[in-house]
Write a protein that binds this ligand. Structure first.
Ligand code: TV7
Ligand code: CA
Ligand code: ZN
Length: 389
């Protein structure tokens, strides 16, 4: 069991830096960089690092971060100290509130997760990797000059900008339970990036409050970005069957119409059942099926992390997805190895706990009807008729 070998005919690179995992957002904050340590130790206890090119990523330079962010914002991020309540910059940059606190080493944390995504994208652009992985990235809410929703620097936008130097078109897919608004906004007016986000949508009752079905790009038909934003708004409790059906159908249509030359997949694990902030019933296998489908398209693929607030399930999902990337998921023993550090954190010693095991005391009825799912697919089919390469 668990005989892990390098995949035949292609290269997977894994970009991480243990220093990222040491940062703390504050005691009760749901974003816990430590979940990356849990994921990494599970991936390594299966021996999967031996099947990848592994890199300790470097910090992104100021110039690299300025590819997207403003100099003023970066200067403030760099010098920010725990802000006083009446500090004006808190309002200007949305920094220092409870979602985006200023903590020790903040700028280092941001430069490191961004550096990892930039490195990963460059490996793909150079043809050195076929799949590149940065589980510490995927911070999709950050804006040009504003922090938002636990995100300070938008590593995804920076990575896509690297890919665009080499590839004509990039398909961005976002399976985090939240709307990928920062990436959508950054590429709102271009036809070289098609953004697709699947998320819970309930108007202003669920963060960030955007991403309804009719948000498809600029209204002006002459704008090249028109129709190039795809949004899949869902209700609570969606299950694997519906989620995988939507994912394959919609990603398949995006591939046919847009003909991407590379794919970036944000694998936010807060869409999993039992997540502390999420509301879906997607399981580790369903989440992984999205990664497997993207891999099957045979294009350069960047996998980044994102949300995920129940650390044991984040670790399960990203371990399973790493095994899909290196094509050893079939050879993996679902029983978590005995020598796994922090093994007791997993509660059940399997990669794939049942829904009943995950949802103890907190069932989430599926509010998504078949009719609604069909409605979403036909609306997006109409939208994509306007996208043609
Ligand atoms: C990518 N939801 C990020 C997702 C960002 C979600 C929010 C919290 C939250 C913050 C805390 C905290 C929390 C239990 C949950 C309107 C508000 C309501 C702060 C309490 N507990 C990603 C951002 C979202 C911070 N923000 O997509 C410290 O939940 O809904 C909001 C905004 C104002 C601020 N308050 C919440 O997954 C990585 N925040 C406990 C302590
Ligand atoms: Ca999403
Ligand atoms: Zn999220």
């Amino acid at each position: 069991k668990n005989k892990i070998v390098r995949p035949k005919g292609y290269t997977v690179s894994w970009h991480s830096n243990p220093a990222i995992e040491k940062h703390h957002f504050g005691n009760s904050h749901p974003m816990k960089p430590w979940r990356l340590t849990l994921a990494k130790s599970l991936i390594m206890s299966y021996g999967m690092h031996a099947a990848m090119d592994t890199f300790i990523s470097r910090t992104a330079t100021k110039e690299e971060l300025e590819d997207f962010h403003t100099e003023d914002y970066l200067d403030y991020l760099k010098t920010a100290k725990v802000a006083l309540p009446d500090d004006e910059t808190v309002k200007d940059y949305n920094l220092g509130g409870s979602d985006c606190p200023i903590f020790d080493g903040l700028f280092n944390y941001c430069s490191m997760y961004a550096g990892a995504s930039i490195d990963a994208a460059r490996r793909l652009a150079n043809g050195d990797s076929d799949i590149a992985i940065n589980w510490s990235g995927g911070l999709h809410h950050a804006k040009k000059a504003e922090a938002s929703g636990f995100c300070y620097v938008n590593d995804i936008v920076l990575a896509i900008l690297q890919l665009l130097r080499r590839f004509p078109r990039v398909l961005y897919i976002d399976i985090d339970v939240h709307h990928g608004d920062g990436v959508e906004e950054a590429f709102w007016s271009t036809d070289r990036v098609l953004t697709l986000s699947i998320h819970k949508y309930d108007g202003m009752n669920f963060f960030p409050g955007t991403g309804d079905l009719d948000r498809t790009g600029p209204d002006d038909e002459a704008n090249p970005g028109a129709h190039h934003a795809v949004n899949v708004p869902l209700y609570d409790g969606i299950d694997d069957t519906q989620y995988i059906y939507l994912f394959k159908t919609i990603v398949g249509m995006c591939k046919d119409h847009f003909r991407p030359s590379a794919i970036v997949l944000q694998c936010g694990a807060d869409s999993l059942a039992g997540d502390r902030l999420g509301r879906f019933n997607v399981q580790v296998k369903g989440h992984g099926a999205c990664v497997a489908y993207c891999k099957s398209l045979g294009l350069p693929l960047l996998l980044v992390g994102g949300g995920g607030y129940t650390p044991r399930n984040v670790a399960r999902a990203w371990t399973h997805e790493t095994s899909i990337a290196i094509d050893c998921d079939k050879d993996l023993d679902p029983v978590i190895p005995d020598h796994t550090p922090y093994k007791s954190f997993f509660h059940y010693d399997t990669l794939f706990p049942t829904l009943e095991e995950i949802l103890v005391g907190d069932p989430r009825p599926n509010k998504n009807s078949k009719k609604r799912v069909d409605e979403i697919v036909s609306s997006i089919r109409e939208q994509l008729r306007m996208v043609n390469f």
